[in-house]
Every structure is written in structure tokens, then in C-alpha cells.
Ligand binder design. Structure first.
Ligand SMILES: NC(=O)c1ccc[n+]([C@@H]2O[C@H](COP(=O)([O-])OP(=O)(O)OC[C@H]3O[C@@H](n4cnc5c(N)ncnc54)[C@H](OP(=O)(O)O)[C@@H]3O)[C@@H](O)[C@H]2O)c1
Length: 297
């Protein structure tokens, strides 16, 4: 029977990392945050800090000594570094690796977005091979859909809080999934508490399945104001994305997301029954409560 007690978190100081460290500490794991040698970021109290040189296999191996699991929430721009990290994890006897996925389901994604997320997809092959060749090693991928509370704040869901403007794509009625950062942390902790059931699986979780129109209604109700609505077409976003990608501009990803999330009848988000929330014992999210909490800062 596999038991996981000690967890190393890579990228613990970013947008997602602190929520992961918090959930792991709350669940009773011993947490070590691996940060770059020159990083000036601050790690949540309660976690140990291990400065790591990701260009040195010896440095990574040293960081993984005694770790049962590694969770990577490394920046998208640094995804390529994960291959060396997996090699070192296998050699160090790490039992479970959770790669930096935490977005769209990259096992089914197609087109330009697939090309842009190639680093995540390539790593799945590396992990599967490592698990096949090393009986002590396993992995779990976690797709979360959009980061919801974070996305509302930074505008990645089409809503601008400072200007109270909603950009609604197509009808605004296409269901898509979003996960609050705390839920992503809880999902990771639950996977590590249930290592046998979650070994070598790609799981999808979400705080809720919702639509842009439902979010707009919640924002208007909670703010007590009518928001400005700008209507856009996801076919235009798709065209713009293809043009950007043809020029090697990877900011195209944000444009590819629009049809994948909001496109009428073409969105690719999982349905409620495809989510692993129940088996992981994750709480149901409350859209209105989340909107209220984000608006109150
Ligand atoms: N679903 C969504 O809506 C959504 C939104 C954003 C991100 N994501 C995904 O979530 C994951 C984490 O993203 P994030 O936004 O939390 O990441 P982030 O904040 O950009 O970066 C996370 C951490 O990675 C480390 N890092 C940065 N550059 C690095 C480099 N060149 N080499 C090694 N380490 C580096 C830094 O930690 P140290 O300074 O401590 O070393 C940083 O704090 C990614 O897979 C991303 O694609 C999903």
C-alpha cells in the first residue's frame, strides 16, 4: 500500500502554488517548496524551502531526497524543464508526480492550442513511459478548466472588474468549467491521500460548470449595477489566433481559448458527470459566493 507523507512543490510561489502549499499543509503533508536559486519570491509559512538549480541534475536529485511526491506548478514558460525533473524524481524514488497541467484537458485538445500546449502533452508521454519502466513511480494529471476566482480578477474569463465590462462570446450560453484556486489545491491533496485510486490517471475537476451569461448575472446582482456588454464572435477569435500562431506569436493561446470555452456548440469543457469531484471528495463550488468574495477583494 502506497502512502505519501512528504511532498515537494515546484513553482510554489506563483499564481497557483500558494493555494497548493496551503491545501497540502492543511491536509497534514510535510511540504518542501523548491524555488530557483535566484528567486526572490516568498513561500507560505509552514513549508520548508529548498533552493534548487534546475539546470543541475545533482541539485534536483538533492532536492528530491526523501520526497514521496512531487507537484509541479511551474510557470508555463518553464514547462520544458519538467523532463529533467521527472528523470530526477524517478531516480530519487519519488512515488507520485503531478505535472503542471491545471487547465484545459490536454489529452483531447486539438488545433493550434494543442501546438502551444505541446510541452504539457509531451510530458504525458515521458510520465507514462517512466511509470511503465519503474514500478515504484506513478503520475496523475489534473485538468481544472479555467482558474475561476483568479480569472475573474485578471480578466481571463471576459470580465473586467475595474470597468464593469463583460465581453460575451457568441450567445454566452455555452457551458464551461472553472476551478477556484483553493479547489485545485484540495484536488491535489486528495489525489495524494488516495494514491492507489488515482495512479496513472488524468482527472478533470471543477468548482462549477457555468456560462458567461450566468457569471454576468451574478456580477450584476452582487455589484447592484448594470454592466456594459460587448458582444464578440468566437469565429473571429479563432481567425485571429491562427494569424498570430502563423507568426509564431504564442499569445494566440488566449484567442484559441475563446471558441474552446465559449463557442456555441463547439466548447470542449467536460460535463458535470465527467468530473472526478465526487471520487476525490471535493466540495461543490458556489458561483454567487465566489463572485461576492472576488468583488469584495
Ligand atoms: N487554468 C487556468 O486558467 C490557468 C491560468 C494560469 C496558469 N495555468 C497553469 O497553471 C500552471 C501554473 O501556472 P502559474 O500561473 O501559477 O505559474 P507562474 O505564477 O507563472 O509561475 C509559477 C512559479 O514557477 C517558477 N518559475 C518561473 N519561471 C521559471 C523558470 N524559468 N524556471 C523555473 N521555475 C520558474 C517561479 O517560482 P520560484 O520563483 O519560486 O522559482 C514561479 O513562481 C501552469 O501549468 C499554467 O499553464 C492555468
Amino acid at each position: 500500500m502506497t502512502t505519501i507523507k512528504s511532498v515537494a512543490v515546484i513553482g510554489a510561489t506563483g499564481n497557483l502554488g500558494p493555494a497548493v502549499v496551503k491545501a497540502l499543509l492543511d491536509a497534514g503533508f510535510t511540504v518542501t517548496a523548491l524555488t530557483r536559486i535566484d528567486s526572490t519570491s516568498t513561500v507560505l509559512p509552514g513549508a520548508k524551502v529548498h533552493k534548487t538549480d534546475y539546470s543541475s541534475p545533482d541539485s534536483i536529485a538533492e532536492a528530491f531526497k526523501g520526497q514521496d511526491a512531487v507537484v509541479s506548478t511551474i510557470a508555463t514558460a518553464a514547462l520544458g524543464q519538467q523532463q529533467a525533473v521527472v528523470d530526477a524524481a524517478v531516480k530519487a524514488g519519488v512515488k507520485r508526480f503531478i505535472p503542471s497541467e491545471f487547465g484545459m484537458d490536454t489529452t483531447t485538445i486539438t488545433g493550434g492550442a494543442k501546438k502551444i500546449l505541446g510541452g504539457k502533452i509531451a510530458l504525458q508521454g515521458v510520465l507514462a513511459k517512466a511509470a511503465e519502466e519503474n514500478k515504484h513511480f506513478s503520475w496523475t494529471g489534473i485538468s481544472t478548466g479555467m482558474f475561476f476566482d483568479w480569472g475573474l480578477k485578471v480578466g481571463s474569463l471576459g470580465f473586467s472588474l475595474p470597468t464593469e465590462t463583460a465581453t460575451i462570446y457568441d450567445s454566452g450560453n455555452e457551458p464551461f468549467t472553472g476551478s477556484n484556486l483553493a479547489l485545485v489545491g484540495q484536488a491535489i491533496a486528495s489525489v495524494l491521500k488516495h494514491p492507489e485510486e488515482t495512479a496513472n490517471k488524468y482527472l478533470k475537476v471543477a468548482s462549477f460548470v457555468t456560462t458567461q451569461n450566468a457569471i454576468l448575472a451574478a456580477l450584476e446582482e452582487e455589484s447592484g449595477k448594470k454592466w456594459t456588454v460587448v458582444k464578440k464572435n468566437t469565429a473571429d477569435s479563432q481567425k485571429l489566433a491562427d494569424e498570430k500562431l502563423a507568426k509564431g506569436d504564442y499569445s494566440a493561446f488566449g484567442d484559441y481559448l475563446k471558441p474552446l470555452l465559449f463557442g456555441d456548440g463547439i466548447g470542449v469543457s467536460p460535463k458535470e458527470e465527467q468530473l472526478a469531484n465526487k471520487e476525490l471528495g471535493l466540495p461543490k463550488g458556489d458561483l454567487k459566493e465566489t463572485v461576492k468574495s472576488v468583488l469584495s477583494g
